[in-house]
Design a protein around this ligand. Sequence first.
Ligand code: ADP
Ligand code: MG
Length: 216
Amino acid sequence: MITLALSKGRIFDDTVPMLAAAGITVDPAVVNSRKLILPTGDPGLRLIIVRASDVPTYVQYGAADLGVAGKDVLIEHGGEGLYQPIDLGIARCRLCVATSAGFDYQNAVRRGARLRVATKYVTAARRHFAEKGVHVDLIKLYGSMELAPLVGLADAIVDLVSTGSTLRANNLVEVEEIMQVSARLIVNQASLKTRSERLEPLLAAMRAASRAKETA
Ligand code: ADP
Ligand code: MG
C-alpha cells in the first residue's frame, strides 16, 4: 500500500484533480467524512489527512511515502529525508513582507533600524533579512499575523499572500516580495529506493498531470 499525505483545504482541492488526471479517483462522500485515512479508486493507494505543516514530517519518517506540501512549509521543515522531485504548480501564492499602511518600511531599512517582525515563517524570514543585512527581532506566531502590526506587537509581518484581500481588510500593505510559493510533491528517500516499482508510475503520472495543467 502506498500512502499519500495531504492537508485539507487548497492543497487537497488542487491535488484531487491531478490525481484524477492520473486515473486515480477519490469518492466525494469519503472526502466529506471526518475520516483521516481515505481510500482511492486505486486499491494500492490511500490518502492520509494531516495539518499542512505536518506533511513533511509524516513523509520524512516514512509514515507516508509521498506528500504534497507548500514551499513555505518545506523551508520551515528543512527537507531532511525528503526528495522534492516535482513542483506541482498548485496552491500558488507569495511570501511577503507587509506593514501598516503608515509605516515607512524602505526608510526604516535605509536608516538601519532594528525591526520587529512577526511571522509563522521564521526560517524563511531570518534568511531573507540576513541576506538584505536588515537587523530583525523575529516573533513566532501560529496564525492571524495581520493583527500584529495593528496592536503594536510588530513593525512588520512575513506572511503568505494570494489576492491581498486579507491585507487590505486590515489596512496593511505589501512592501516586499520574498519568494513565489507553490506546492511540491515530496517523497520519502527510502521509499523511493525500496518501492520504486510502485512509486515511479505515480510520479510519472503526476509529472504529466502538472505539465498538462501548465499548458492548459
Ligand atoms: P493551513 O492554514 O493549515 O496552513 P492552508 O490550506 O491555508 O493550510 O495552506 C496550505 C498551503 O497552501 C500553504 O502552506 C501555502 O503553501 C499554500 N497557500 C496558497 N495560498 C495561500 C494563502 N493565501 N494563504 C496561506 N497559504 C496559502
Ligand atoms: Mg491557512
